[in-house]
Design a protein around this ligand. Structure first.
Ligand SMILES: O=C(O)CCC(=O)C(=O)O
Length: 310
């Protein structure tokens, strides 16, 4: 199965609504991001300079481990606040590749990148397709080739804008949730948001069929996309996705999350409901972490980490 590519200039708002947004079907939109938006490392250094970002330190052996042994995941992993130019140096020296250090989901709001032509065009034009109610800012994702953001889903509709390098995105529809063995939602009671019930416990490219036999069924629904610079992938809420940065160089994307429309798609969604149940279960743990952060001498840093995790 392939995800269709549609050129923005010939994509009628009605077509997007009826064929993709309403039923919640992924699509790649081409011809909207300027092909000359070359967000390479030199350009990012120029724009971001010493601005600090939280880096996720995944560590080199993480993907050799059984995910069921993981103590943290996604935005729950350990982070450090680092000036962008220092991170650029880690990418150039390959330290970021070796230690799998990822700048993930950092708001661009207070950076000059937010005002660049590339994002201004997107800001102006996407509402024409019905993507009108953003829930988040534009977020930056910069990392080493080879990095994998492992299989998960989001509760909101997402758009992933590819700005430098290529990413491989593996997708499964929400109907396959139980065949993808997500972490149970009650895990949040004792792990807070360090582990997440919207992540899968299996590796889709090397599954352990003995532990996860139903994955055979999910494989019939697998879709794979190579997302090239200048392309935008629309990922509807509840769609499972694993994102791999290809090549040896740095790879850069921006994403943004949107309110799910029509609301009925949000209401009648088991994936959303189970994620909300999980988030509810996390409340006591997160509240306690907040109290401890407030009492800590590194209050600012700890609060920033909690905020980023939420
Ligand atoms: O680009 C990535 O590494 C992950 C992006 C993602 O998960 C998303 O846009 O929802």
């Amino acid at each position: 199965m392939t995800v269709p590519r549609l050129d923005f200039s010939s994509l009628m708002p009605r077509t997007f609504l009826e064929h993709y947004q309403q039923p919640g079907i992924p699509v790649i939109i081409t011809g909207l991001l300027h092909p000359q938006s070359n967000w390479n490392l030199d350009y990012l250094c120029q724009q971001l300079s010493t601005q600090e970002f939280l880096l996720r330190r995944y560590g080199k052996s993480r993907y050799q481990e059984d995910k069921r042994q993981w103590q943290n995941i996604g935005s729950g992993v350990d982070t450090t606040s680092t000036p962008f130019i220092e991170y650029a140096q880690m990418l150039r020296s390959q330290e970021a590749h070796q230690q799998d250090v990822y700048l993930a989901k950092c708001s661009l709001k207070s950076t000059p990148l937010n005002e660049t032509e590339a994002l201004s065009i997107v800001r102006d034009k996407l509402p024409q397709l019905g993507l009108e109610k953003p829930i988040t800012d534009f977020n930056l994702w910069v990392g080493p080739g080879g990095h994998v953001e492992c299989l998960h889903y989001d509760q909101m509709d997402g758009t992933l804008f590819q700005l430098y390098g290529t990413k491989k995105v593996v997708l499964f529809p929400p109907s396959q949730t139980s065949n993808l063995y997500p972490f149970p939602f009650y895990i949040h009671l004792y792990k807070g948001l360090k582990l997440r019930s919207w992540f899968s416990q299996l590796y889709p490219d090397r599954p352990d069929f003995q532990s996860f036999p139903k994955f055979h069924q999910a494989l019939q629904y697998k879709q794979e996309v190579l997302l090239n610079p200048g392309e935008i992938l629309y990922i509807p809420a509840g769609w499972w996705h694993e994102v791999t940065a290809l090549g040896d160089e740095m790879v850069c994307s921006v994403n943004r999350f949107w309110r799910v429309y029509p609301t009925s798609r949000a209401i009648f969604s088991w994936t959303r409901l189970r994620a909300y149940l999980g988030s509810l279960c996390a409340i006591p743990y997160v509240a306690l972490s907040l109290i401890l952060a407030l009492a800590s001498p590194q209050r600012q840093q700890k609060l920033k980490e909690i905020w980023q995790m939420i």
